[in-house]
Design a binder for this molecule. Structure first.
Ligand SMILES: NC(=O)c1ccc[n+]([C@@H]2O[C@H](COP(=O)([O-])OP(=O)(O)OC[C@H]3O[C@@H](n4cnc5c(N)ncnc54)[C@H](OP(=O)(O)O)[C@@H]3O)[C@@H](O)[C@H]2O)c1
Length: 267
């Protein structure tokens, strides 16, 4: 069974390749613009291309039975139609919470008529990289909505779930909300990074125009969108769900562990 991993040099796609191999998959094709950058493991077939360059896809999709679909909203309808034409029989997509920013991915997949499994992660633990410049520079983290809670997920777990689902036929038509194992406030996440670094970090709460200016300075045009998301979380905190553990038979990675593994991001 040939499996195409799109976005195969991305943070998630690259780990999907590794997780498939670790589970014994022997016919993995990886889609990338730049095979040299990808440094894919031996035995993985490389297709040169990108979800945004539709002309590259018919060759990449030839003979493929299942596909991991990285999130590229601009062409998702066309990509999934091409997958259907090529005879792909299951698409496992990474989208997000239903009705949110990534809904268009699920819409494009479903419009193709191909059997699907939607992976719906919330915030990634890796989004904490937002704090990396401040933490590298000193012990103070200026941020906003320090007490709102959500249950961010490690990208490692999204990739493991994607591989598990790709290698089984039991998940067709299912949507899986994916979170980490616990809901944490932003103050608690900063403290966990501090513990991983052996440092005592001070969280400084920003509000109003100060918060807007800060997020715009670090995220540009997405600053306001991100702050709006935090404001919504204040009204609707995100609880942890057990999907990752249910699907993988082991606990999802805790934030504390993620911070230890990725401490170099903050040094
Ligand atoms: N809650 C969340 O934080 C959340 C939830 C759901 C989804 N997401 C989104 O999920 C994505 C995850 O990132 P990821 O690193 O796994 O994958 P990605 O950003 O989708 O990128 C995967 C690969 O696609 C290619 N690519 C991406 N954009 C391109 C462009 N505009 N032009 C040319 N090539 C491009 C690059 O590979 P090559 O150069 O090798 O071709 C890249 O390594 C992010 O976009 C994130 O915003 C986030």
């Amino acid at each position: 069974m040939k499996i195409l991993v799109t976005g195969a040099t991305g943070n998630v796609g690259r780990m999907v390749v590794d997780e498939l191999l670790a589970r014994g998959a022997t016919d993995v094709r990886a889609l990338t613009n730049d095979p040299a950058k990808a440094q894919l493991p031996p035995g993985v077939e490389v297709a040169r291309g990108f979800l945004g360059r539709l002309e590259t896809l018919p060759d990449a999709l030839a003979g493929v039975e299942k596909m991991y679909l990285a999130p590229h909203p601009a062409t998702v309808f066309e990509v999934c139609r091409l997958a259907a034409d090529a005879g792909v029989r299951q698409i496992v997509d990474m989208a997000g919470a239903k009705g949110g920013t990534w809904q268009v991915i699920e819409d494009g997949v479903e419009a193709s008529g191909v059997a699907y499994t939607h992976l719906e992660p919330g915030e990634f633990m890796a989004n904490s990289e937002l704090w990396s410049a401040q933490i590298a520079a000193g012990d103070v983290v200026r941020d906003a909505y320090g007490d709102v809670v959500n249950a961010p997920i490690a990208q490692e777990d999204i990739a493991a779930v994607a591989a598990e689902v790709l290698l089984s036929d039991r998940h067709a038509g299912r949507s899986y909300e994916l979170t980490g194992p616990e809901a944490l406030s932003r103050r608690q996440m900063v403290a966990a990074i501090g513990r991983a670094l052996g440092r005592d970090l001070t969280y400084v709460e920003l509000t109003g125009s100060e918060a807007r200016a800060h997020f715009e300075s670090i995220m540009g045009e997405y600053g306001e969108w991100y702050l709006d998301g935090l404001a919504q979380l204040a009204d609707h905190p995100q609880a942890a769900v057990s999907t990752v553990a249910d699907l993988l038979g082991r606990p999802a990675m805790a934030y504390e562990e993620w911070a230890r593994r990725h401490a170099d991001l903050f040094r």
